[in-house]
Write a protein that binds this ligand. Sequence first.
Ligand code: HEC
Ligand code: HEC
Ligand code: HEC
Ligand code: HEC
Length: 198
Amino acid sequence: MPTISVAARVMAALSVIICLAGQAYAADAPAPAEKKPPYTWKAAVKTVINPHEQINDEGEILWGACLICHKSVPDMAAEKSIKDVKLRFDDPSETCVRCHTVKPHPAGEDSPEARMSGFVVPNHMVVPRKQIATNMRFALKENRMIFPLDPKTGKIICSTCHNPHERGLLTGRADFGADATRRLRSATMDICPNCHRK
Ligand code: HEC
Ligand code: HEC
Ligand code: HEC
Ligand code: HEC
């Protein structure tokens, strides 16, 4: 099968998903008394392409799924880090927010109380200041994970904290946290102390 047709089909499927995702998020907003949709988020997710599903039940790698986020299928022998792979967007986070319209987080408790007390939701998508960069280096010595940053700007991106890959696809550190709760790179450990220490 020529790669181009796979890419075209993936992109067509993607535009459908983006519409569906938009509707799902719209349903979250405080709407006037309306009937709930006749499906749950969990059930709906099973009907769309899930880009985090990268290995099928037979254990085969779904190379077509890579093209949802990557411009070309990564050569696993040669491409070992974010610096080597070609993502669909210049800003690596753009790859995620096409489907995930998230509020600023973590530590983004956007309640009226928090706002009234002058609480400002921290912007995490920045170049880590010196102390935090040091903490991250220290954490990488203790734990077998990765914290990829935007190679162009050095900023934190979505996949600094979240592993977008399915468990077993990548080897070593890059596999850590794959398929963990919220796909967090820290797997079962608290992710905050990797960057924030007392
Ligand atoms: C949901 C989006 C998404 C999908 C789908 C995806 N990747 Fe990635 N991949 C990324 C992002 C973002 C990075 C760079 C950040 C990082 O390191 O995780 C990356 C990085 C990588 C890397 C470099 C190692 C690493 O973790 O830094 C390899 C190798 C890779 N991907 C292989 C694949 C293969 C093979 C597939 C298909 C089976 C695939 N990816 C599917 C988003 C994705
Ligand atoms: C094509 C749409 C699509 C893209 C692109 C995409 N995702 Fe997802 N993501 C999904 C779907 C569907 C699910 C739910 C299925 C699941 O949990 O495996 C999901 C689940 C997740 C979850 C778990 C949410 C939870 O409540 O546990 C995280 C975290 C996540 N994605 C992060 C990312 C990151 C980071 C990227 C970019 C590198 C990304 N996603 C790109 C569709 C997408
Ligand atoms: C500094 C680490 C960090 C960064 C950067 C980050 N996240 Fe998260 N994310 C978390 C943590 C921790 C949670 C679980 C607790 C929470 O919601 O605060 C989470 C939860 C999520 C969830 C599941 C809950 C929900 O709100 O639906 C999704 C989806 C998600 N993140 C996507 C993203 C995307 C997309 C980006 C980039 C725009 C991103 N994250 C950037 C740490 C991070
Ligand atoms: C990948 C590293 C990383 C992780 C993981 C992380 N943070 Fe942060 N955090 C940062 C950076 C970078 C800033 C911005 C600091 C600055 O402006 O210089 C920040 C800022 C903050 C701030 C604002 C106050 C300050 O220190 O600047 C709070 C509060 C915060 N983070 C809470 C959390 C919580 C809670 C978690 C875990 C759910 C978390 N962070 C996970 C890197 C991280």
